[in-house]
Design a protein around this ligand. Sequence first.
Ligand code: E4P
Length: 217
Amino acid sequence: MKFFVDTADIAEIKGLLPTGLVDGVTTNPSLIMKSGRDFREVVAEICDLVDGPVSAEVTALEADKMISEGKSLAGIAENVCVKLPLTMDGITACNALSGEGIKTNVTLCFAANQALLAAKAGATFISPFIGRLDDINIDGMELIREIRMIYDNYDFRTEILAASIRSANHVKDSALFGADVATVPPGVLKGLASHPLTDKGLKAFLDDWAKTGQKII
Ligand code: E4P
């Protein structure tokens, strides 16, 4: 399973790079607003830092304008992945951009039928929003399961990018249900290593080690 980091915060991305866990980055207009940075500038900077796909979202609503914006964003760097909303215009733009070999991430997916359209339009990634479904008491993980089954039934190549992840359990369940990628907020990604028994065990080992009076180097 690949991990993307769901942020436009350069310091957070830089901090995570040495872990080797960052396979890509996703941004959205809200994350760009939160960064306080110029959109094109911050996307270019992230693309320089990370080898994998960096999602940058269009803001137009009509297909022809989305296509123009998408081509412009794709011109920033080779690893830009154009993020398009799951509307009929977004699907039309996805079909056009994918046809030109531009990477696409169809976002704001809340139903399996929507994911089917994105795959047929040649999307590189489909982003089902788990957390926002859970927020309204609909099981987000069930959506991942349905999309996995549909994509496998027809051998669609579109990768399932579990998005709107809020917890370590979301990451674990996405992996269990066969999502190809999880885009994870930095705090949740760091939390994946935490376990109280790891902390307790480590303390006991180090206490005993101190009693030996030895040093490794
Ligand atoms: C990523 O591509 C999405 O934009 C993001 O995961 C949305 O997360 P949120 O529902 O926490 O805003």
